[in-house]
Design a protein around this ligand. Structure first.
Ligand code: GDD
Ligand code: MG
Length: 346
């Protein structure tokens, strides 16, 4: 069995973080995001992975290479211009053999793929889509289904009055290769807008698998921050991060709580306070700075007495002394001068 990951989107909602780092490899608790998806695939013994890329493909290829370091064989397909989700799958047609698992390249979940595959086989579906309940389905693909699990309606990004279900497309599909016959070649085509809505009309066996466990789309700053903090707090059951030991350059009077994940290469000065946060390699946290519920990538400096909460801060930034940042998202190399106040837009 093989898997396809759709990872060619531009990651616009995650800007500015995705200007220099494509969304599929943004770090989640200091680990490139796609490794979480590779973990999921290796459980049902999926050994072949096709990555469908378009935006900054070289950076992804350089990092993951042929996949052997991660116990999977990776092939790459690069679209000259984005072909849409179904168009990207069609583009992989020559490499598709038999039943295939397809993932959106931005969902963090611990769904049990073996059970999804079992249900797909026993129901005789040509397409099975994982659905999950959310509080507000606006912004997702909304799925309605019958008691036997058959999908009866699929509406992508519905208007408020079109929402009749809290179940949304979780971005995981199991597909039979026959679906390729319904996808046109060489032009943009979408699973969500074009293909899924028409499957039911064609009378095809299109089923939903309900997942009630952990699931988040990391493709927005809120989702990205939530995903990181959830991994820190053990909410993703399939991966529990091992905290590295305290680094040599952590002052004995620096306070780090048990939840935080701080790379040991950092310099952490006296009375700095780090609570429920992720701090990447080579950061410099000065005296009495306080970092709470935040994610900081690498080589960033946080000045003395600065207070950072619910922020995502990219690489090589400098936050000046006594600044107060709440809910900010800073792209790589941002500079915040001393005593600034930065708040999320309301
Ligand atoms: N290769 C390729 N080519 N990949 C693409 C393209 C393309 O043209 N367009 C999008 N993708 C990839 C993105 O990189 C991402 O991993 C995935 O397809 C989904 O695109 P998003 O842009 O993140 O879509 P979304 O989050 O608004 O909505 C999708 O995900 C929701 C769940 O998170 C839809 O599938 C919704 O139905 C679903 O509910
Ligand atoms: Mg998304």
């Amino acid at each position: 069995m093989q898997a396809v990951i759709l990872a060619g989107g531009k990651g616009t909602r995650l800007r500015p973080l995705t200007i220099h780092t494509p969304k599929p490899i943004v770090p989640v608790v200091n680990r490139p995001f796609l490794l979480y998806q590779i973990d999921l695939l290796s459980r049902p013994q999926i050994k072949n992975l096709i990555l469908c890329l378009s935006y900054q493909p070289r950076k992804i290829e350089e990092l993951l290479s042929d996949g052997s370091r991660f116990g999977i064989r990776i092939s790459y397909l690069v679209e000259a211009s984005p072909l849409g989700t179904a168009g990207a799958f069609k583009n992989a047609e020559e490499m598709i053999e038999g039943t295939t698992v397809v993932f959106n390249g931005d969902i963090l979940t611990d769904v049990d793929l073996s059970r999804v595959i079992d249900q797909h086989r026993s129901s005789g579906a040509v397409a099975t889509i994982v659905v999950t309940p959310v509080d507000d389905p606006i912004g997702y693909g909304v799925v309605e289904m019958a008691d036997d699990g058959r999908v009866t309606r699929f509406v992508e990004k519905p208007r408020r009055e079109e929402v009749h279900s809290r179940m949304v497309n979780a971005g995981i599909y199991v597909l039979e290769p026959t679906v390729l016959e319904h996808i046109p070649e060489g032009r943009p085509f979408s699973f969500e807008y074009d293909f899924f809505p028409s499957l039911w009309e064609k009378g095809e066996a299109f089923y939903a698998y309900r997942h009630d466990g952990y699931w988040v789309d990391i493709g927005t700053p809120e989702g990205y921050l939530k995903g990181n903090l959830d991994v820190l707090n053990g909410r993703l059951k399939s991966y529990i991060p091992q905290r590295p030991p305290r680094g040599e350059k952590f002052d004995s009077q620096a306070h780090l709580d048990d939840r935080s994940f701080v790379d040991p290469s950092c310099i952490i000065k006296a009375q700095a306070r780090i609570v429920n946060s992720v701090i990447g390699p080579n950061c410099f946290i000065e005296e009495k700075a306080e970092i709470r519920d935040s994610v900081i990538w690498s080589a960033t400096r946080i000045g003395a007495e600065a207070r950072v909460s619910r922020c995502v801060i990219g690489r090589g930034c400098h936050v000046g002394r006594s600044s107060v940042l709440d809910g900010a998202v800073l792209g790589d190399k941002s500079v915040v001068t001393d005593y600034s106040r930065v708040r999320a837009e309301v």
